[in-house]
Ligand binder design. Sequence first.
Ligand code: APR
Length: 236
Amino acid sequence: MTHYRNIVILTGAGISAESGLATFRDQGGLWENHRIEEVATPEAFAFDPDLVQNFYNMRRAALGTVAPNAAHKALARLEAEHSGQVLVVTQNVDDLHERAGSKNLLHMHGELAKARCRPCGKVHDWREDLHQTTPCPACGAAPALRPHIVWFGEMPFHMDMIEAALYEADLFLSIGTSGNVYPAAGFVAQARSYSRAHTVELNLEPSEGHSQFAETIHGPAGQIVPDYVEKILGGG
Ligand code: APR
């Protein structure tokens, strides 16, 4: 049995790397082949909506070709077996945490498998390609549907719930993220200052913010995350 009560876990693209999904800033990452300004901003969508829709159509289609890895499954096990609270806050827009069994999960940057109607605001589960001609199933408008993704310059989702969870956390884990993008990169400082949480970085290599963590464990998530979960559940 562990002595931690409330565990908040931030995940980034690195936790999905071993499932075969490209990260953003590693060698050959998504931002090597695309300019953020051309595919991941509201201005890009206004300027060339078909280019942006296709960028997300390709990534949405890839979801069907990948599966959760041992790291996703370990976090789902932790939620199922830990007596206290476990909240996963993911920057990822893939559905691998859900498919691994995580339930208490917030997608702060949105979800590839969802589309949002700009006129009526309705958010729809969406697995197929999205085009400007695709009508909104709720209000029938077209063009209307956009990827339910938080673009650069837009506010991340669920920030109030995340803030409240950080206040209560006594353990904060950061897994597979480079610590380049705020507000997620600031969570470790909030967890430390709000609640004196123990903070651990689990990443392939030291991230931008590694010096802010009380503990750092480096290696592939598929190995180090199950080991760490075993340690927590075993009361290590
Ligand atoms: N195991 C653990 N960590 C890994 C692995 C692995 N197998 N492979 C890569 N990593 C680490 C890298 O070392 C890097 O620190 O995962 C991190 C990935 O960093 P990024 O590519 O920057 O992805 P992320 O931190 O999730 O980006 C944050 O930026 O572009 C925006 O909205 C996008 O949500 C994304 C945000």
